[in-house]
Ligand binder design. Structure first.
Ligand SMILES: Cc1cc2nc3c(=O)[nH]c(=O)nc-3n(C[C@H](O)[C@H](O)[C@H](O)COP(=O)(O)OP(=O)(O)OC[C@H]3O[C@@H](n4cnc5c(N)ncnc54)[C@H](O)[C@@H]3O)c2cc1C
Length: 365
């Protein structure tokens, strides 16, 4: 398909959700245009940690549990496939994760979950303070216990999104730069430049901006930005190969060799600047876990926005004839990207509705 012809599908937003849907539909033989105003993966999808977990998060245990478990299975299938179709390594791998506690009350909080982890068949093992320090000798000795998860995986969220976009293009898809300002005319997309694109199917994957009135003709959706920041440190050695989490603060060495520390949850509107206050709180959290990091140097500090719905679960499905939304994945958008793409593909390609009611846009219409 050339960029000027009428595509079967136009997708708004080049984050992980838009790219996963674009990939799936182009691979199925549809002509697809993906419209992005800034750059592929230039917001949350390029700066997330990339953790793929079903052991915590909104709706877990609950309606999100089976979807999260299935999402991990989809990553196991699709990520290697997308790597070979794009020649970009997604860094998909098992994540060596440890939750640690500094006191009995934190340990009790961790242990409150073990019952449902067991019944959900999410394997883990209890660790003593000694065994934690054997695994990660540079942690503080103040740890009183923890668990090691054996069900966790992770990817590089930037590379996954880029790999999806590249594979999409190799399946004949077109990426177009543009700021969408209107969907008010059925089957039409208007760009700020004045250009318009006609497509019988339009899918809005514009992340946290889906909750604004920036695009005329968009249904009102309860989606807001929740800001999160991550710092990448240079720290020689090979320790912190386990992702060590103490409530909110975490430390993990990623395949780029850097030690990533995070994170924050802040209601700060659409502000995407890395702040001094977040830097201080993230560093304080990381140093309480591993004082040795005092000698590390800061290589990168990023801030971005989780597109968060009012009930914490994604908002997916058809809102009008040929108009779809796939937004609001909050802190789990990398995890849910393939499952959301599958739901949209089922609807667009087969006319079937496979979105579970707890994730369906109909709950807000
Ligand atoms: C610090 C942090 C850590 C995270 N860690 C994890 C994690 O470990 N695991 C996990 O699963 N998730 C994680 N997330 C969440 C995850 O990053 C998001 O849920 C996911 O990236 C959302 O993807 P998206 O495609 O919906 O939105 P985005 O990545 O925001 O993409 C939306 C795109 O739409 C474009 N756009 C918007 N409006 C328009 C318009 N009018 N015209 C054209 N283009 C437009 C934007 O430019 C943007 O590129 C994390 C998030 C943060 C902030």
């Amino acid at each position: 398909m050339s960029a000027s012809s009428t595509p079967d599908v136009a997708i708004i937003g080049g984050g992980v959700v838009g790219c996963a849907i674009a990939y799936r539909l182009a691979k199925s033989g549809l002509s697809v245009v993906l419209i992005e105003r800034d750059g592929i993966a230039s917001h949350a999808s390029g700066n997330a940690y990339g953790g793929l977990y079903a052991t915590f998060g909104p709706g877990m245990p609950g309606p999100a549990l089976d979807v999260a478990k299935r999402s991990i299975e989809l990553h196991k299938t699709f990520d290697p496939q997308i790597e070979s179709e794009s020649d970009i390594a997604t860094e998909f791998r098992p994540s060596r994760s440890i939750d640690v506690a500094f006191n009995e009350s934190e340990l009790n909080e961790i242990n409150e979950n073990v019952g449902w982890w067991e019944s959900a068949q999410l394997p883990f093992e209890h660790l003593t303070p000694e065994s934690i320090l054997e695994l990660e000798p540079n942690l503080t000795p103040n740890i009183v216990g923890g668990v090691r998860h054996l069900s966790h995986y992770e990817v590089d969220s930037y590379k996954l999104t880029l790999a999806l976009a590249t594979a999409f293009e190799r399946h004949g898809g077109t990426i177009r730069s543009g700021n969408v300002i209107s969907l008010a005319q059925p089957g039409e997309i208007t760009l700020a430049s004045g250009a318009s694109i006609s497509a019988p199917v339009r899918i809005v994957c514009s992340g946290p901006w889906a909750g604004t009135d920036e695009i005329a003709g968009m249904p009102e959706l309860p989606i807001r930005p929740v800001k999160g920041e991550i710092i990448r440190l240079a720290f020689p050695g090979d320790d912190f190969s386990h992702r060590v989490v103490a409530g909110r603060p975490y430390i993990a060495r990623k395949p780029d060799g850097l030690v990533w520390i995070g994170t924050t949850d802040e209601e700060a509107g659409f502000d995407e600047t890395a702040s001094a206050s977040a830097r201080d709180s993230i560093l304080a959290g990381a140093l309480s876990l591993a004082p040795v990091l005092e000698t590390a140097s800061i290589v990168q500090h990023t801030a971005c926005l989780r597109p968060t719905s009012s009930d914490g679960l994604p908002i997916v499905g058809q809102v009008d004839d040929g108009l779809y939304v796939a937004n609001g994945a909050g802190s789990k958008g990398i995890l849910y990207s393939h499952v959301i793409a599958g739901w949209i593909a089922d609807s667009v390609l087969e006319g079937s509705d496979s979105v579970p009611p707890e994730f369906a846009v109909s709950r807000f219409l």
